[in-house]
Design a protein around this ligand. Structure first.
Ligand SMILES: Cc1ncc(COP(=O)(O)O)c(C=O)c1O
Length: 353
């Protein structure tokens, strides 16, 4: 049996391994942890807690701030003065990257993938406020994006700058997994302080953050089940999570024995496509807002809560369960999808201004 002292020592030991990794501090940690009893009752789970990674502190916060602590360390180490990133037009990542670059004294340049005219709302509006040098690119081809990033870097070198390019290299997956090992350690400590033992950890994740939850569970020998609700349809939900687990374990000097059977991930709640709101996601947003005054987003966390609601409805997560929902942020997208929200939440017939 694991005692509280064993667990405390294990957590300290895992944390000590992180001290050897290159890292810059960006997030306000630990993020808050609180119970949501009215939502738990509405959904029909025993107890429900929120881990507020939407409050990591950097320009509206979100899960990416944690992984940037690892991903931006190289740029700082190399003395970069320009930080170049290629991401989706409405990316939460782009917003947090821009804010982090500012904080670290690097000029942010964003290459944002778009497939049409851009509405200046949500994340892309915040990117502008933050002063990113924004350039749009219409392509779905990673090679084209990589060439464009290389061209921007060359342009900056010609100007006498030291650019650092962040693209979709494997350090993205590893940084996210490492980040969410640390987040899980916080959850375990905060659960302990609250006198609870979680049965499930729900999180909006394709596979990257999910990998961290899985590895932390293995390292701690914990009993909770990490459950990922994916924001997109992808074949690598399970294999990608295991790749992330292995990369993070190797970076920390641990062995991992996790297999596909340990990975629980669902893409049933995408409902539409990546980047588009879903009916059940909007209903979940309304429920969280109207029971707890808590805002979720239409692309990630609303869909993840829709997953939990459905799992509670079907009895997969029972009334005896204690669920921790990792809120990964993304709320600026509420403003980008104002039309969908207005349709979903009509005013009363007799509303007058
Ligand atoms: C708000 C939010 N939630 C969840 C995710 C998914 O994170 P990952 O698939 O990297 O675990 C993202 C990633 O972009 C995000 O912005």
């Amino acid at each position: 049996m694991t005692t509280a002292i064993d667990q405390h020592e294990k957590i300290a030991e895992i944390r000590s391994r992180f001290d050897r990794l290159p890292r810059v501090r960006l997030a306000l940690l630990p993020t808050p942890f609180h119970e949501a009893p009215r939502l738990a009752e509405a959904i029909g789970v025993g107890r429900l807690f929120f881990k507020r990674d939407d409050l990591t502190g950097l320009a509206f916060g979100g899960n990416k701030t944690r992984n940037l602590e690892f991903r931006m360390a190289d740029a700082v180490e190399q003395g970069a003065d320009v930080f170049v990133a290629g991401l989706e037009v409405h990316s939460n990542s782009a917003r947090q990257v821009t804010a982090a670059a500012n904080l670290l004294g690097m000029s942010p340049i964003l290459l944002l993938r778009t497939d049409g005219p851009v509405a200046w709302q949500g994340n892309v509006l915040v990117d502008r406020v933050l002063g990113a040098d924004i350039r749009f690119i219409e392509t779905t081809d990673k090679a084209v994006m990589d060439r464009a990033l290389a061209n921007v870097a060359e342009e900056q070198r010609q100007l006498g700058k030291k650019p650092f390019v962040m693209n979709h290299n494997p350090s993205f997956a590893m940084g996210s997994a490492l980040a969410y090992v640390l987040c899980t350690l916080e959850i375990v400590e905060q659960s302990d302080a609250a006198g609870i033992e979680p049965t499930h950890l729900y999180m909006a994740s394709g596979n990257k953050g999910h990998a961290g939850l899985l590895l932390a569970k293995e390292l701690l020998g914990a009993r909770f089940q990490p459950v990922a609700i994916s924001q997109h349809y992808a074949d690598d939900r399970v294999s990608g999570a295991l790749d992330g687990v292995r990369a993070a374990a190797a970076a920390l000097g641990y062995e991992t024995h996790l297999t596909e059977a340990d990975v629980e991930s669902y893409d049933d709640f995408v409902e539409t496509k990546y980047g588009a709101p879903s009916q059940r996601g909007l209903e979940a947003i309304a429920l969280a807002a109207r029971t707890e005054g808590l805002l979720l987003d239409p692309i990630y966390t609303g869909k993840a809560l829709a997953g939990l609601i459905e799992h509670a409805r079907t009895g997969k997560v029972g009334p005896e369960s204690t669920v921790v929902f990792v809120h990964t942020g993304g709320q600026p997208a509420l403003f980008s999808f104002a039309d969908a929200l207005l349709d979903a939440f009509p005013l009363a017939e007799d509303a007058r201004i």
